[in-house]
Design a protein around this ligand. Structure first.
Ligand SMILES: [Zn+2]
Length: 166
């Protein structure tokens, strides 16, 4: 199921947990060495403490020199997505946990891993109109719906620091 949240205007952004964790995901995204697409994910426990974080990159120990990032096909093959890295870095069962991802919703492959991990909620931001990920994101959304995962799109105004935009 998909739901949109309109944030209360008077509520300070910093007090809103969804925004806090999306901001953190945006920060983590900047750790990615991919010059084109930097994605960050944060997994949060029901008590709002952080269980794990991840960003997109090549597997540990695999050379991630710039030339490999220039070869788009090779990059796609070698890349582990932020959501999967966050799940793999976690040291505990994730049943009932929430995954925050910025700036893209999970692809269909990540969606499968998210479902299998026991995570029950995904929070992200609206898709950019020019995104070429529409097809895989639609498939992922359908899978989430079938599996009973709540997808929360934060459509309120998110003021991320200038550094994180683009
Ligand atoms: Zn993915």
């Amino acid at each position: 199921m998909t739901q949109s949240i309109q944030l209360p205007i008077k509520q300070p952004i910093k007090q809103h947990w969804h925004l806090r964790f999306l901001e953190l995901a945006a920060h983590i995204a900047q750790w990615s060495r991919d010059p084109e697409k930097k994605v960050g994910a944060v997994i949060v426990r029901p008590d709002k403490t952080i269980a794990s974080v991840g960003f997109n990159g090549f597997p540990r120990g695999v050379s991630d020199d710039d030339a490999r990032y220039q070869d788009k096909e090779l990059k796609r093959e070698l890349m582990t997505h932020a959501e999967v890295n966050a799940i793999l870095h976690a040291r505990e069962p994730l049943s009932g946990y929430t995954l925050y991802v910025w700036p893209l919703a999970p692809c269909v492959r990540c969606a499968a891993t998210i479902i299998q991990s026991g995570i029950t909620q995904v929070v992200t931001i609206p898709l950019k109109p020019d995104s070429n990920w529409v097809k895989t994101l639609e498939l992922a959304e359908n899978m989430f719906a079938e599996a009973g995962i709540t997808v929360t799109i934060i459509s309120g105004e998110i003021r991320l620091p200038e550094l994180f935009i683009g």
